[in-house]
Write a protein that binds this ligand. Structure first.
Ligand SMILES: [Zn+2]
Length: 256
């Protein structure tokens, strides 16, 4: 069985962390990137939950802290780094990802060698849409292009292959060697079609990362089985499939 890494999971909705850990053991998932969404459900701050989880299961759980771009002060990045987070999760920015005023955050992330995972593409509706005036357009994959050029050492991961702008994501990846994408989320067919079309747009299988976007452990297995079946049918070699399912991620995580 090849090594599996889930690059995109969330803190379990039912708060049953142990069940998640057991599921990972059973599936051969050796690492998960757990992405905080900040103050979210019932005003619980997921940064605290994810921090506790990564300290309880340091071999399995890689913690990503949430930074609210344009709302949190940039020096919050220093704080998260000192608390042991290895990555930062970004979603719902106050302005488009690539505006100059956010560069202070990215500079710090680059200096600390923090992996930076941007939600890209359409975002699910949520309770904070109105207060934050949330826009999916602020999170289009092309917004990563400028950040990747200005911060060439920053390791950028876009989520969901930018769905529905998957081809745009692929071109951004093609032009920027420091850009990766996870293939997480429920829009598997769109993502699969974009991978199938590579050749036109050169999706690089060495920079694709399996992720489930799971809020509950059962989803991890469902997504894993889908991609195990689909990736070879999309023309990926055995080595490329092993890369997407885990080895590409291990390389990225090993470098931090
Ligand atoms: Zn997610």
């Amino acid at each position: 069985m090849s090594v599996i890494v889930d690059f995109h999971i969330h803190y379990p909705r039912d708060m049953q962390l142990e069940a998640l850990v057991r599921t990972c053991e059973n599936l051969g998932v050796v690492k998960v990137c757990m992405l905080s969404l900040g103050k979210w459900r019932n005003n619980v701050n997921e940064n605290t939950l994810v921090e506790r989880a990564m300290k309880e299961y340091p071999d399995l759980i890689v913690g990503f802290a949430y930074v609210a771009l344009g709302r949190d002060p940039p020096d919050i990045v220093d704080e998260f780094h000192s608390r042991g987070f290895r990555g930062i999760k970004l979603i719902d920015p106050a302005k488009p990802y690539d505006v100059d005023e956010f560069f202070d955050y990215y500079e710090r992330m680059e200096d600390y060698n923090l992996l930076t995972l941007f939600h890209t593409g359409i975002v699910a509706r949520s309770a904070r849409d109105r207060e934050w005036r949330v826009s999916s357009e602020f999170m289009r994959p092309v917004r990563l292009d400028r950040i990747a050029r200005v911060f060439p050492k920053l390791r950028i991961i876009g989520a969901h292959l930018g769905h529905p702008w998957c081809d745009e994501a692929a071109v951004v990846m093609m032009h920027n060697p420091n850009v990766y994408f996870d293939i997480s989320g429920g829009h598997t067919f769109w993502v699969a079609l974009a991978i199938r079309r590579r050749g036109r747009y050169d999706v690089d299988p060495a920079r694709l990362l399996f992720g489930s976007d799971a809020f509950s452990p059962g989803v991890i297995e469902r997504m894993l089985r889908f991609w195990e079946v689909a990736l070879p049918q999309l023309g990926l070699s055995k080595e490329e499939v092993a890369g997407v399912l885990g080895k590409n991620a291990l390389k990225l995580l090993g470098g931090t």
